[in-house]
Design a protein around this ligand. Sequence first.
Ligand code: PEP
Length: 257
Amino acid sequence: MNRKYRKTVIAGNWKMNMLPSQVKGFAEELKNISPKAKWCETVICAPYVDLPAAVKAFKDLRISVGAENLNENPKGAFTGEVSSAMLCDLGVKYVILGHSERRQYYGETDAGVNRKVLVALEAGLTPIVCVGESLEQREMGITLEHIALQVKSALYGVPAEKVRRVVIAYEPIWAIGTGKTATAQQAGEVCSAIRNVIRELYGARVARSVTIQYGGSMNEKNAAELLAQPDIDGGLIGGASLVPEKFAAIIAAANQE
Ligand code: PEP
């Protein structure tokens, strides 16, 4: 973490796991045990149908709410889809884009992720852009090339003043939901390479202001060590964000002085 130049952001990704009727109870439990977020911004990203309840329940806790996706079009005949304007209207502040599950199961491409990033920024949402290599790519030694391509594609056409509002989440696919965490050194190395890509594109001042998270089986036990890496400015947390005690412990690790 480097709090001098950029925000630390701890974000939960509930995926398709929490019912709207469970949101209030979760928020109450978290409120009882969660430390006051002194240094870090805390976010819960939730399924669309949970968002109204989440915005209401987390307001008191000063936790921002994010969506897990959006449609790249501003409005129109796109049955079943949700626009950036709809999310903003609800009071949503963040949106996860390009999660590996969306790339893998719903055919999301780098170009599509880029269109969504542009739409999100235009609406005033903070995109959390996920990038990450597969195990095969890591073993072939092409992790950094693959990630550089994903980052450059996602940021194509994004002006410097808006890049500061983008959060990049480095999520090695082999570490998501598997219990296998990248070592702090592996994660730190890739996050630092991501910052170098941003430096190449936008210069050093912009690069040092961008928040880069690590995601992939981050939990209450490994969070402090991962967050101690200079280029890891927070976490995107799946499984552990569904358990108030675990999520609170990760927030506490990010709050440590
Ligand atoms: C994720 O899906 O973004 C994630 C990091 O999941 P988990 O923490 O469960 O590995």
